[in-house]
Ligand binder design. Structure first.
Ligand code: ADP
Ligand code: ZN
Length: 295
């Protein structure tokens, strides 16, 4: 039986799985993300023990995604210092010559949602995770967008809300970028407590929605995706969806005169269907496609 290995590599945990060719999950292993020296041997052993025939990886980044580059599949300038410059894909393969592919965690997630989830059958979609950080994956016409490096739409610059007590935000790189103003830690810094413990009616969620709506409006204006999927821990706060939808429509102000936005925005800005395994399923698909290209 052909087996496809999949890894979703995150900053706090690594999720590894083995799938059949058809996508049935056979095994799963979750490990905390420590240093490469501590975490990698168990991952290499897992895929070797299951004799996977191909491997797909969706990873935190930034990553080198150029297949012609000698450092293809390496993590590049991450603030997670032990992983900076680490040749993740090469080390995972442990010298085995099997088909393998890597993409960002969020690109893997958007791929999975297009193939099997909430964006099925669309030609274009964006998946954004709003959690400890903010990251976005972009899918257009059959492929995820990599471009110069890969999209980093979590760091798009946004206008501070007039009532935001912390308008610079908490990103060490940028003043007033989306991640610095709207990821979970930004909410925590704004209210001086854990975002999970706030009541739904807390005014910080209107500020939060204002930032996410700016992102959605900017995505509509730049990429014109057919659907935007919002996932991650912060989006488990379900009241955010309606606020984001309303503020997105208000910001666009009728300029993008499409019924998808002016009449049916509740079907346009939606939760992902495969959360929390969108990235893992996407990693399987990357492995599957690498396998199909080789045979
Ligand atoms: P990660 O981004 O590390 O993979 P998550 O996507 O689970 O993790 O996001 C974690 C963040 O989401 C934390 O900052 C947490 O406070 C926030 N969060 C989780 N649940 C909620 C909630 N119901 N309301 C608001 N924020 C939440
Ligand atoms: Zn930033």
């Amino acid at each position: 039986m052909v087996k496809i290995g999949a890894l979703e590599a995150g900053g706090t945990k690594m999720v590894l799985a083995v799938y059949t060719l058809e996508g049935e999950e056979l095994e799963r292993l979750t490990l905390p993300t420590l240093t490469p020296q501590q975490t990698m041997p168990q991952m290499v052993d897992f895929f070797r023990a299951h004799a996977v025939d191909a491997l797909g990886v969706g990873s935190f980044g930034p990553l080198d995604l150029d297949p012609r580059s000698p450092t293809y599949g390496a993590i590049t300038s991450t603030p997670k210092l032990p992983w900076r410059g680490y040749p993740l894909l090469r080390e995972l393969l442990g010298g085995r010559d099997i088909p393998a592919a890597i993409d960002t965690d969020v690109n893997a997630a958007v791929l999975a949602e297009v193939v099997r989830g909430a964006a099925q059958g669309l030609d274009s979609a964006v998946y954004v995770t709003v959690g400890t950080g903010i990251g976005g994956g972009v899918y257009v016409n059959g492929a995820t967008v990599r471009g110069l490096m890969h999209p980093e739409l979590g760091h798009m610059l946004v206008k501070p809300h007039p009532d935001d007590p912390n308008p610079r935000g908490v990103c060490p790189y940028h003043a007033s970028c989306l991640e610095g103003l709207a990821a979970g830690p930004a909410i925590a810094a704004r209210v001086g407590g854990d975002a999970r413990e706030l009541p739904d009616g807390h005014p910080t969620f209107d500020i939060e929605a204002y930032y996410l709506a700016q992102m959605c409006a900017n995505l509509v204006l730049t990429l014109s995706p057919q659907r935007i999927l919002l996932g991650g821990g912060v989006m488990q706060r379900a009241v955010l969806f309606d606020k984001v939808r309303r503020q997105t429509a208000a910001l666009l102000n009728g300029y993008v005169n499409q019924p998808a936005i002016t009449e049916r925005i509740e079907d346009y800005i939606v939760p992902p269907a495969l959360f929390p395994v969108s990235g893992l399923v996407g990693a399987y698909l990357l492995g599957l496609y690498a396998y199909q290209r080789r045979v």
